[in-house]
Design a binder for this molecule. Structure first.
Ligand code: FES
Length: 104
């Protein structure tokens, strides 16, 4: 199973093996990752699943859709060029080892 690491704004780090096909938002909720809420359940209407993909991984995740890009403008505190909505990224073998920053 692919390994995913979340580095949270409060200094905590969560690292776990996650089933392929699960969204990064769902995985974060299952693991109680601080700062990921997923209020809309992945319907692309809340932006509370915002993460910043580590720059070493940014080119390896699938590109955001236009809809996701629009929603990223609603991220509280602003977005960065590495921002993504984690409900829109599904875990796959290609993402084994990915690092995400939460609240940064
Ligand atoms: S969970 Fe609402 S936009 Fe991702």
């Amino acid at each position: 199973m692919p390994n995913v690491t979340w580095k949270c704004f409060d200094g905590t780090t969560v690292s776990a093996e996650v089933d392929s096909g699960v969204s990064l938002m769902e995985a974060a909720l299952n693991l109680n990752v601080t700062g990921v809420f997923g209020d809309c359940g992945g319907a692309l209407s809340c932006a509370t699943c915002h993460v910043v993909v580590d720059e070493t991984w940014h080119d390896r995740v699938p590109r955001p859709t236009d809809m996701e890009t629009e929603m990223l403008d609603m991220v509280q505190g602003g977005r960065s060029s590495l921002s993504r909505l984690s409900c829109q990224i599904r875990v796959s073998d290609e993402l084994d080892g990915i690092v995400l920053h939460v609240g940064s």
